[in-house]
Write a protein that binds this ligand. Structure first.
Ligand code: UTP
Length: 289
């Protein structure tokens, strides 16, 4: 039986230049989608997939993330005293059990591979998930649940992928498959931003991974790659020499909330999908159009 995935690493230490100035004083993953920060949805997805411990890789100026996932007694007491129980319950919905979250400083944004490597002591010698919180996925079952189900079938390493928009594959990390039959296929390679026309497939790596702990030893000594950053993709290509990787084309829609229009789209899509707000959102959007 495959070893269970109980920990998820959430790298949030990037500079977030594409959503400035909004992200200047608010960590970009705390920007809101409807009425919750992006991270609230990601943590909910992780919990649905059976994750018991979340490891955030943070940078300077991101202490608000820790505060968001902590209790806030003065507000909670005020809500209880006023009988605003539904708001209180909604507020508490995001809270972990004490001890279920760790926060690690990356100290310098040297790249996603470096950010993941920073989690090595907390993850230890077990398979783990990586979730890029910028990539907000609307899916049922949630994207990481689909990834864990795939991992239970294949073992090894699993990378969640999806088709790139027509003609845009060269902008992404793209996977190469052994063959394409259904949604779960063995991978034979990966390439970051392939020159147009050389893409090995149209499937890009969309921000959820299940990795084996051997990746840490590879990242430890890895040279800087594209953009002068320590790339997770390069580390995975190396690990693929000794371990199987499968690509899962998940069922759902991804919103890149690290991008202004992506964040706007996520707000519209999540508002429309909300049982309590969908009708009002549809009306408001209709009026604007
Ligand atoms: P991105 O490159 O999409 O995010 O990294 P960024 O660097 O924050 O954004 P832009 O391009 O400047 O707008 C993907 C994920 O990896 C994290 C980011 O926070 C994001 O969640 N990351 C990236 C780190 O945690 N550390 C790094 O050194 C680089």
């Amino acid at each position: 039986m495959n070893r269970q995935v109980k920990k998820a690493v959430l790298p949030v230490a990037g500079l977030g230049t594409r959503v400035l100035p909004a992200g200047k004083t608010t960590p970009k993953n705390l920007l809101n989608v409807v009425d919750r920060p992006i991270l609230s949805y990601i943590v909910e997805e992780a919990r649905a997939a059976g994750i018991e411990h979340l490891v955030f890789i943070v940078g300077r100026g991101q202490a608000a993330i820790e505060d968001y996932f902590d209790a806030i007694p003065e507000i909670e007491q005020a809500l209880a005293a006023k009988g605003k129980i539904d708001i209180l319950e909604d507020l508490r919905r995001d809270l972990p059990e004490p001890g279920q979250m760790s926060f690690i400083r990356q100290m310098a944004p040297l790249g996603l591979g470096h950010a993941v490597w920073c989690a090595r002591h907390v993850v230890g010698d077990e398979p783990f998930a990586v979730m890029l919180p910028d990539m907000l996925m609307q899916a049922d079952p949630p994207a990481l649940v689909q990834a864990v189900e795939a991992y239970e079938k294949t073992g090894g390493n699993v990378v969640v992928v999806e088709p790139a928009p027509e003609g845009e594959a060269h902008k992404y990390g793209i996977v190469a498959l052994e063959g394409r039959d259904g949604r779960l296929n063995r991978m034979v390679g990966m390439v970051e931003k392939p020159p147009p026309g050389t893409e090995p497939s149209n499937l890009f790596i969309s921000g959820r991974y299940i990795l084996q702990p051997e990746i840490f030893r590879i990242l430890e000594t890895q040279e800087r790659g594209a953009g002068g950053e320590i790339q997770l993709t390069d580390g995975m290509v190396n690990l693929m020499k000794t371990q199987p990787f499968h690509a899962l084309e998940y069922e759902g829609t991804t919103y890149d909330c690290g991008d202004k229009i992506g964040l706007l789209r996520a707000n519209v899509a999540f508002a429309l999908a909300r049982p309590d707000l969908g009708d009002a959102a549809r009306k408001a959007i209709g009026e604007l159009l």
